[in-house]
Ligand binder design. Structure first.
Ligand code: HEM
Length: 485
């Protein structure tokens, strides 16, 4: 009888605490305690979430364990929240798995004054090092020569591009942040890349989801959080070594990279009460740039190869355009973009269909808000579903077909529809958008200038994905035939 009483008590308390209040967005019925954790197909969460909008509307709610989540769908609802009402929707929620290890430092996970200072600093420093003093263009083009050599060594035989492309893209962040690149075979580099990969795998595991839904309970059990902590401590140590080295060689009259510049900021802001610049925050900002700036661009390039082998006629047309505008004797330059509308359209369509950050990063309401007739209290997690925007039937002519025509007008000129928001929108807009766009353009045109991609004989291209924070193609092998000696 006691047990029955406890069960009835828990269920009643859960019902009273978690019922949808009047004016709150509707959504699928939730189970007691666990809520809607099992409503979604976790292998394709982004598609399940988009489908639910068909039943409950563009703004609907779900409960993940004890946490309410509002999912925003379609271009109108997402931009109304993130842009028009951006002040209310720009904070990040607390995520137990991260909070315990990163303590809300850096750019991606921080809020308020810390976020403003760190974001402004990172943006202006990337701009200074990337586009100002040391131009990014030669860095990217030089890195291409290394990856081209690596790929040429396969002599058109099948290889898995995953690690090679990851290393290439990670090296651009290394150049900006550490001031140097790594050889692809370097043991330290290989270890760092492996740690990042493991860290991502844990973040997308079901155990991590359970940890975030029931942190008090899960903290007491052995689980993914201990391993996650260990991996991230190792990553922090890696950055700490670089910081130590930079401090020894630091010369305020010659700031070489992001770390030097940050050390300078720590010095300059000493004595200011509201300064958030210190070494722990530096380490987190560096990890943020790696975490957000490596996997994303490299996954997009891996989708690019797959789309080109799936649609060889599009690959040929891109190559023809590059041959006629740039030729074979000089590398591409960002200034060529305006003369390569078809290639530019293809890159944008790869980003749209690749949809690599399918559910965006989570946001949270920082006050009670009214959105599209609903009332959403302060502290509710918001998922601005980018899948529902990049495939929004109201915005795209053929949403589910690879169609570079989405980005070309009748005269064949490049146009960018407003619903193209793979980098999100509003105050939290991706901080690396300019860098990513430059990398994608220069790497993609260089690859197309030098290689023709095809599947290994007898293998058909498969566009299957693995769902995670990023949506990545399942591992595949590809052949890259050099186009000229
Ligand atoms: C945030 C997409 C490359 C740094 C984001 C967000 C998205 C995104 C969707 C979340 C925005 C939001 O919360 O509303 C992408 C895509 C990329 C890419 C599709 C490549 C194709 C990069 C690169 C860097 C970078 C190269 C850095 C060098 C960041 C940072 C944030 C962020 C620091 C957090 C911004 C904040 O919280 O204020 N990105 N990103 N990203 N991205 Fe990117």
């Amino acid at each position: 009888a006691l047990l029955l009483f406890i069960v009835v008590f828990i269920l009643t308390a859960d019902y009273i605490k978690n019922r949808r209040l009047t004016g709150f967005p509707p959504g699928p019925p939730a189970l007691p305690i666990v809520g809607n954790i099992f409503t979604l197909d976790h292998k394709r969460t982004h598609e399940s979430m988009t489908e639910l909008a068909g039943r409950y509307g563009d703004v609907y709610s779900m409960r993940m364990g004890q946490r309410w989540v509002v999912v925003l769908n379609g271009f109108e609802a997402v931009t109304q929240a993130l842009v028009t009402q951006g002040d209310s929707f720009s904070d990040r929620p607390s995520i137990p798995l991260y909070d315990d290890i990163f303590h809300g430092l850096g750019v991606i996970l921080s809020n308020g004054h810390m976020w403003k200072q760190q974001r402004r600093f990172a943006l202006s420093t990337l701009k200074y090092f990337g586009f100002g003093k040391k131009s990014l263009e030669p860095m990217i083009l030089e890195e291409f020569t290394y990856v081209a050599k690596e790929i040429s060594a396969y002599k058109g035989k099948p290889f898995n591009p995953h690690l090679i492309v990851n290393n290439t893209v990670a090296n651009i962040i290394c150049l900006l942040v550490f001031g140097h690149r790594f050889e692809y075979g370097d043991e330290q580099f290989k270890k760092m890349m492996k740690l990042f990969e493991q860290s991502i795998q844990i973040q997308v595991s079901v155990l991590a989801e359970l940890y975030n839904a029931f942190p008090q309970l899960m903290r007491c059990l052995p689980g993914p959080h201990q391993k996650f902590k260990r991996i991230n401590e190792e990553l922090k140590d890696f950055v700490r070594t670089e910081v130590k080295d930079h401090k020894q060689k630091w010369d305020p009259s010659d700031l070489r990279d992001f770390i030097d510049y940050y050390l300078n900021e720590i010095q300059m802001s000493k004595g200011q009460d509201d300064s958030t610049f210190d070494e722990e925050c530096l380490i987190m900002s560096v990890l943020d740039l790696f975490g957000a700036g490596s996997e994303t661009t490299s996954t997009t390039l891996r989708w690019a190869f797959l789309f080109m082998v799936k649609y060889p006629e599009i690959q040929e047309r891109v190559q023809a355009e590059i041959d006629s505008v740039i030729g074979q004797s000089r590398p591409p330059s960002v200034d060529d973009r305006a003369d390569l509308p078809y290639t530019d359209a293809v890159i944008h369509e790869i980003q749209r269909m690749g949809n690599i950050v399918p559910l965006n990063l989570p946001h949270v309401t920082n006050r009670d808000v009214h959105l599209r007739g609903y009332t959403i209290p302060k502290g509710v997690t918001i998922i601005p579903n980018l899948t529902s925007v990049l495939f929004d039937k109201r915005e795209w002519k053929t949403p589910f077909t690879f169609n570079p025509g989405h980005f070309l007008n009748e005269e064949g000129k490049f146009v960018k529809p407003a619903a193209f928001i793979p980098f999100s929108a509003g105050k939290r807009l991706c901080l690396g958008e300019n860098l990513a766009r430059m990398e994608l353009f220069l790497f993609f045109t260089s690859f197309m200038q030098h290689f023709t991609f095809s599947m290994p004989p007898g293998v058909k291209p498969v566009l299957d994905y693995r769902f995670g924070i990023t949506l990545s193609p399942v591992h595949y092998e590809i052949c890259a035939k050099p186009r000229h000696e």
